[in-house]
Design a binder for this molecule. Sequence first.
Ligand code: CA
Ligand code: CA
Ligand code: CA
Ligand code: CA
Length: 280
Amino acid sequence: MKKILFPLLPALALCIMTLSFCKKNDPFHDSFEPNNSRHDAVNLALGNPVEAGIGEDDHDWYRVSVDNDDIIDITEIALTGVSANLDAACNLYDAQGVHFHGVHAAQGLDFTINLITRGGIYFIEIYSYSGRNKGYYTLTVTDTDSNDDYEPDESFGDARLINSFPTGELTGNIICAADTSEFGDWEFFKVMVGAEKKISFQVAPHEEDMILQYELFGSDQLSLQDEPVIGQAGQALSGYYNNYTAEETWFFIKLGGKPSNRLNGDYTISFTESGVDPGK
Ligand SMILES: [Ca+2]
Ligand SMILES: [Ca+2]
Ligand SMILES: [Ca+2]
Ligand SMILES: [Ca+2]
């Protein structure tokens, strides 16, 4: 038996040598291979940087699970430390593997993608855009927790309650442009109004290129306006509601907007109470 084993040893040694030699020949090999398809995607932990390489004909797939408690928020996908030769590109896919976003950069450039989501499974594919270049990169996916503490406030039922006046300056944050899609960050306020009282409010963006808009609704959730009030870039908006009845009631503000070019959606809103306007 020993005589059979001995001839095997040089072969075994040769195998190991060859593997080692291969790795040295392709310095951009990484420990996550093979991850060349969605099926072989590597699980990524949020906030945990991954250092990897793009070798010959290499595509690197990762799978990430984002849990935002159904609150709309920003998940940052950052590619840093990109080698001087690498023209890094990134594709994003949803849980079903449907491609929904793609970016690429010139050789040696880092980049960041802000993924706006309420949560879910996503796939990330990193590769050389030209298919010809190799190099290293560091991929970090981070839950930014950018939205304010009053979420979810996306509907009449979830509205932020305002029932004490004057409120002073309250703060909030609009993560992404409010539009008809479910990905807009709407801010609903439910504002109590005492009998024969008037509530005035003012809302101001923190940055000069942020745009705000609002629409008022009665306690029956029907709009009180023909169309929303839409401000200019950087413009503060104001409005009011008169309660001419002898009973307390409430109205709703549906606030939305477009964050600044620096993705800053911070705003300040304040409410004051006075006697009802004369004349009704
Ligand atoms: Ca790789
Ligand atoms: Ca790969
Ligand atoms: Ca918000
Ligand atoms: Ca909101």
